[in-house]
Design a protein around this ligand. Sequence first.
Ligand code: NAG
Ligand code: NAG
Length: 405
Amino acid sequence: MMLRCRVNLSTMVLLVVLQGATVVLFCGWYLRLAPCGAAAPSPGGKVHVVLLSSWRSGSSFLGQAFSQHPSVFYLMEPAWHVWTRLQKPGARSLRMAVRDLLRSVFQCDLSAMEAYLPDNHNVSTLFMWSHSRALCSPPACPLTPRGRLSNQTLCLQRCDARGLRGVQEACATYSHVVLKEVRFFELESLYPLLRDPALDVRIVHLVRDPRAVMRSREASAKAFLRDNAILLEQRSVPAGELQYQVMQEICRSHVRINERAVAKPPPFLKGRYKMIRYEDLARNPLEEIRAVFRFVGLDLTEPLGRWVYGVTHGKGKGSRKEAFDITSRNAADVSQAWRTSLPHEKVRRVQRVCQGAMALLGYRAVSSEQEQKRLDVDLLAPREPYQFSWLPANTPPPPPHPGQD
Ligand SMILES: *[C@@H]1O[C@H](CO)[C@@H](O)[C@H](O)[C@H]1NC(C)=O
Ligand SMILES: *[C@@H]1O[C@H](CO)[C@@H](O)[C@H](O)[C@H]1NC(C)=O
């Protein structure tokens, strides 16, 4: 009895010592794999970019700059599939579905996307698929070698395929997944993605002068009927009011998003949000794109720099019917086209419904038709005061007529 007990005791001591040693050894080995405390970066170090914008705000152009980059897997508007699949929905009830779809696509899982596609879908079923260089390059398609610029016309002809397996395989081979969305009107529904340790999310928020957006939307009003109804939660609105109510929603969303991210960002948003104005992009395309790329950890390659210069320094003054068209034209001229073509009455109404957004984003209102048409009057306030909160809130706005320089 005594003996057995002693044996048991020493055995127990031995076991405890062994167990302790095992824990120490195992933990040391384990710590080397995953340092304690540090939030693990996303597996594979992938960066996930939401290019957040609104209709007709130049997001196709900025999206193309991303898309052509050899490290980027780019898709346009996953939310389009959600918005068009359901009958008479409202934006509010769709946003969680959109958010979850984004999460899946960020993780290169296209099965969530397939839920919104018809049976027997092809790569070409994806919205504006040929705008994505990655879908025109190996392993999705042999056409465009990695590192070369994509030709959309050729891609359309040669890169369609059945199913999305190639798309999914392609996605996995890139360091950056960039998704363009014009169908988010707040940031809160993206919070779970920002907090998800499996993702490294950056938000690039592209805004544009609402008067220019108004002009561009008017040029193809029919294309927006369905989206308008969803945005306005299927409310019935008199025809003459519709565009202004839509603009008001869009402008409010810019304010909501920007204030949320800049004024009092939650900790997981810090350093993950960058706002960019279309007009700055049009005036200094190379500089602005380089800055956006730096923000997400991409470099501006030389061929890409030449491409950007080419598409922003062409001819044409915004007379083209489609803003989706990324053909060469003078981007700086296009951004001013509203001033000669949008009737002053409409300008005033847009200025009224978008007053808050214009003040926040640095777009100066015009007070007369003459001022509107005088293109030497610069309506773009320098961006700096609008990005830093150390300026007193009651700083007077810069004078509407800058000097003759
Ligand atoms: C794309 O390819 C087509 C057909 O070869 C050609 O006509 C067109 O000029 C190319 N486009 C660009 C932008 O290179
Ligand atoms: C899908 O692609 C296949 C060939 O890859 C083609 O034969 C078929 O017509 C396409 N279907 C659709 C709906 O585009």
